[in-house]
Design a protein around this ligand. Structure first.
Ligand code: PBG
Length: 333
């Protein structure tokens, strides 16, 4: 507003809020089912629908029930899912993640058979596949056991190619390894998958908000934490550097994660880069809403739509959220 704009009493802001139709006309942000990506957990088996205790309404599926849930999402206008696998076995290096017949390839095949136009995104990381729960291969440097960045990159490339071969449309490296986008891009291109998109978890924070996910994916680190690879929640300038590097390495879309406590990062990334931006409304954010709603302390529908609208308003092009099915149903009423 300039100094020359009229003020009260000539200007009355409430005039624009007076009627529902008017409020709709001037609404700056709109939220649609197609803005939402549904995260889904899949494990080997049949007929499985095992509720995750800290994420009421979310399930570990087997590939067959996964397809049922994804079909529901499709009917509600959701056009993309992101898959997290719980493998049949875990080992030191996470080799189940590279298995062409592993749980994620099985899930992709099942989904594509029934829902060929559903966009299938796969998470590229090893924490669900390693016995120690860290996001890559370990080595010891300076007397400390830590994730070996460059050895993990080789595996990340292989994992992405395995997923692309099974029919994934987009791969999402999430381990916060340096150089991960370039490694995945090179591996995909070398295998003839230059058309497959990379959604990089570029600014991923070492967050307490992932607690319920680690229960859902059976992936908590068995020693230490993820602070040597995920970002310090206190940092913002560093997030912009991470995003710039990932874009330079060829990321098609970059993500900020978690969402709610990091809306400032989303906004700054939107203003600085003007590229497609994803936000991950993570498990702990979901669990807080569900817990409060179960006690009658919050109106779930109202809160969920407010949160998702706010994440879009801050700058997200689309949102990964466990509320996707509920929100899409509410939005289409
Ligand atoms: C890593 C990964 C994590 C999440 C998505 N991908 C967990 C982690 O970094 O520990 C968290 C998502 C959520 O909390 O909803 N594979």
């Amino acid at each position: 507003m300039s100094e020359l704009s009229p003020r009260f009493p000539e200007m009355r802001m409430r005039r624009l809020r007076r009627l529902p139709a008017l409020r709709q006309l001037v609404r700056e942000t709109d939220l649609r089912p197609s803005d939402l990506v549904l995260p889904l957990f899949v494990r080997p088996g049949q007929g499985l629908r095992q509720e995750i205790p800290s994420m009421p309404g979310q399930y570990q599926h087997s590939p067959d029930t996964l397809v049922e849930t994804a079909s529901r999402a499709w009917e509600l206008g959701i056009r993309a899912v992101i898959l997290f696998g719980i493998p049949a076995y875990k080992d030191e290096v996470g080799s189940a993640a590279l298995d062409e017949a592993g749980i994620i390839p099985q899930a992709i095949l099942a989904l594509k058979r029934r829902l060929p136009d559903l966009l299938v995104i796969t998470d590229e990381c090893f924490c669900e596949y390693t016995s120690h729960g860290h996001c890559g291969v370990l080595s010891e440097k300076g007397g400390r056991r830590d994730v070996d960045n460059d050895r993990t990159l080789e595996q990340l490339g292989q994992q992405s190619v395995v997923h692309a071969r099974a029919g994934a449309d987009m791969v999402a490296p999430s381990g916060m390894m340096d150089g991960m986008v370039a490694a995945v891009r090179h591996a995909l291109d070398a295998a003839g998958f230059e058309h497959i998109h990379i959604l990089s978890y570029a600014a991923k924070y070492a967050s307490g908000f992932y607690g319920p996910f680690r229960e859902a994916a059976e992936s908590p680190p068995q020693f230490g934490d993820r602070s040597t690879y995920q970002m310090d929640p206190a940092n913002a300038a560093e997030a912009l550097r991470e995003i710039a590097l990932d874009l330079a390495e060829g990321a098609d879309i970059v993500m900020v994660k978690p969402a709610l406590a990091y809306l400032d990062i989303l906004r700054r990334a939107k203003e600085r880069f003007g590229v497609p931006l994803a936000a991950y409304n993570v498990s702990g954010e979901y669990a807080m809403v569900k817990a409060a709603a179960a006690r009658g302390w919050l109106d779930e529908r109202r809160i969920v739509l407010e949160i998702l609208t706010a994440i879009k308003r801050a700058g997200a092009s689309f949102i990964l959220t466990y509320h996707a099915l509920d929100a899409a149903a509410w939005l289409s009423e």
